[in-house]
Design a protein around this ligand. Structure first.
Ligand code: NAP
Ligand code: ZN
Length: 361
């Protein structure tokens, strides 16, 4: 039975697409299997990774490419093998849409670190050779293992940016002990960083410190739950605040970061986790910055479907509300330009207005 809908969305055709030149076109989704779901998209967040990919910043992008991996909508076709949701349910897909489900990592519930068949929700290729296409679109087809049911307590617009931005900071916070007794620093008050502040506050951390380049986001950061704000434009910020934090999550998307000074903020045995993914190498630093305080320097990628489900349940229970700005899907090109200019406060969410209206009706 052929689907009664078309797969069409905003396609980046070359590097210039990031400058507001995506084109609305039809494309071929992955080959259907009974493990898949077709989602009628109502909302999709704009993640910093969408921009890196549109401009081929991390290496050559597989154009045509439809970005968007903070997808929420209604399941309209569900494969026979899928047991965890049904047609009509509200589901979301984050930055990963497939893995081998067999390797050591997948077996341990770390599908996002799959060592054999990790496929991104866009700009990826499934084992059968078909391409993955993301959420700046009307519909998305993906393996249902990577689609998570959205709890009733969260609106679709608010759930969308949690699918990638939210879980990317949720996971390293929770896995590294964020909670009562801990002093947390979040570097970069952007889409990911603002979630870092919201989660750290809701997790009951003693101190939640926002570390930003300027003071312009201070008022908002305090509303998100920051107990303190450090602006790195202020002379001596690293000395004034040295040895004050147990765990720092850095969401900085540019290689131009004062990393050695960030380390100064850590207490003995502190941890620094980089989640921001700059296009160029991050600055070098002296090994003694780590050695002399027993500091651990690490990284973290998104989260597993189970991590996403856990985060959504927490957000519903603790009534965590992201700071979002809704933009009509038809204006996706302008929204991408605005995101690139650093204007998002703090996550743009594209709204497929026709589908969103039908869902409400
Ligand atoms: P975003 O909303 O643009 O936020 C990035 C923040 O980085 C900015 O708000 C800014 O914060 C800070 N920043 C930018 N340039 C800087 C500079 N030169 N020096 C210091 N800070 C700077 O982007 P996002 O969606 O949060 O994504 C952030 C990064 O995470 C991107 O690289 C994205 O690809 C990556 N990412 C990684 C994963 C993962 O799995 N690890 C998942 C999703 C996204 P201030 O204005 O407060 O200084
Ligand atoms: Zn993302």
């Amino acid at each position: 039975m052929s689907a009664s809908y078309k797969f069409q969305g905003w396609l980046g055709l070359d590097k210039d697409s990031v400058k507001g030149k995506m084109e609305w076109k039809e494309y071929e989704p992955k080959t259907w299997t009974e493990d898949d779901v077709d989602i009628k998209i109502t909302h999709c967040g704009i993640c910093g990774s969408d921009l890196h990919t549109l401009r081929s910043g991390w290496g050559p992008t597989l154009y045509p490419c439809c970005v968007g991996h903070e997808i929420v909508g209604t399941a309209v076709k569900v494969g026979k093998n899928v047991k965890h949701f049904k047609v009509g349910d509200r589901v979301g897909v984050g930055a990963q849409s497939s893995s081998c489900l067999d390797c050591e990592e997948c077996a341990a519930g770390m599908e996002h670190y799959c060592s054999k068949g990790n496929v991104g929700t866009y700009n990826g290729k499934y084992p059968d050779g078909s391409k993955s296409y993301g959420g700046y679109a009307d519909y998305c087809r993906a393996p249902a293992h990577f689609a998570v049911k959205i709890p009733d307590g969260i609106s679709s617009a608010e759930a969308a940016p949690m699918m990638c931005g939210g879980v990317t900071v949720w996971s390293p916070l929770v896995k590294n002990g964020a909670g009562p007794g801990k002093r947390i620093g979040i570097v970069g008050v952007g889409g990911l960083g603002h979630f870092g502040l919201l989660w750290a506050k809701a997790l009951g951390c003693d101190e939640v410190v926002a570390i930003s380049r300027t003071y312009s986001k201070k008022e908002d950061a305090m509303k998100m739950g920051a107990t303190k704000f450090i602006a790195t434009e202020e002379k001596g910020w690293n000395k004034t605040n040295s040895r004050s934090l147990d765990l720092i999550i850095s969401t900085v998307s540019s290689p131009k970061m004062p990393i050695a000074q960030y380390f100064q903020l850590l207490r003995t045995n502190g941890q620094f986790i980089q989640v921001g993914a700059p296009e160029d190498a991050i600055p070098s630093f002296n090994a003694f910055a780590l050695i002399m305080k027993g500091v651990k320097f690490g990284g973290s990628a998104i989260g597993s479907p189970a991590d996403i489900a856990e985060m959504l349940a927490f957000a519903a229970k603790h009534k965590v509300h992201p700071f979002i700005q809704e933009r009509p899907l038809k204006d996706a090109n302008q929204a991408v330009i605005d995101m690139d200019n650093g204007n998002a406060r703090y996550r743009y969410v594209l709204v497929n207005e026709k589908h969103a209206a039908e869902e409400k009706a």
